[in-house]
Design a protein around this ligand. Structure first.
Ligand SMILES: Cc1cc2nc3c(=O)[nH]c(=O)nc-3n(C[C@H](O)[C@H](O)[C@H](O)COP(=O)(O)O)c2cc1C
Length: 211
């Protein structure tokens, strides 16, 4: 693999990396990820994305506990249920579930948990929160690509953020802010590798849709 990854190589190899080492990530690298996220577009260039890098063990433990609740509620109906996630073969589903469980058990030890937030002019309504998605996810993807290019492991997660009030308390957020994604970042324990995605024949048409 080349020393500096090109944009396509980075995109094609940017798998969710959940198993991460405890080893600290330099602050400079973490800030480089936020700089990359901050280059993303937002609606009307409002630039209301805000980023919190959580390294404090107490705050990490509180987020890890919220994630544990979210993961356990998510996995309970999926375990031993072959009809769940039908787009995934059983072996892949099991590998992902195992990694999600590993992440659940180790989240408090991961060196940095980056929280993607939005700042609103007032306490946001559910519609405002929903419309914020379009302006936060480009930054999240930039951050994930930057992490991959720096050989850092990362994954987008949302299960810790289901109880927004609890998250707001943990992070000391004003009522004008909402959280969208928690990205654990660290050096990978597993191997990087290519993503597996559907072929163009399934997901693309010219001019008009046809089955
Ligand atoms: C909106 C969104 C929410 C996600 N939430 C979680 C999550 O809570 N926990 C988790 O481990 N992964 C989460 N993921 C990661 C996905 O499971 C992962 O991106 C997908 O399985 C593809 O994985 P791959 O890139 O390794 O192929 C989320 C991804 C997205 C885009």
């Amino acid at each position: 693999m080349s020393e500096e990854m090109g944009i396509f190589e980075t995109m094609y190899n940017c798998r969710a990396m959940r198993r991460l080492d405890k080893r600290e990530v330099p602050q400079e690298s973490l800030e480089k990820l936020i700089e990359a996220a901050n280059q993303a577009p937002s609606g009307s260039n409002t630039q209301n994305a805000r980023w919190i890098i959580v390294r404090d063990p107490t705050v990490k433990a509180e987020l890890a506990e919220l994630n544990r609740i979210g993961v356990e509620n998510y996995l309970a109906p999926l375990i031993d249920n072959p009809g769940s996630l039908p787009h995934q073969p059983a072996d892949k589903r099991k590998r992902m579930a195992d990694a999600v469980v590993w992440q659940k058990e180790h989240m408090h030890e991961i060196p940095a948990l980056i929280i993607a937030c939005m700042q609103f002019p007032q306490s946001p309504t559910p519609a405002m929160i929903a419309s914020g998605n379009g302006s936060i996810w480009p930054g999240i993807q930039n951050l994930l690509l930057a992490a991959r290019a720096l050989q850092l492991g990362a994954a987008p997660t949302t299960l810790a953020l289901i109880d927004q009030q609890a998250v707001a308390k943990v992070l000391n957020l004003p009522e004008t802010m909402a959280t969208y994604c928690l990205i654990p970042v660290g050096y990978p324990l597993g191997n990087f590798g290519p993503v597996t995605r559907k072929p163009l024949s399934e997901i693309m048409r010219y001019d008009q849709w046809s089955d």
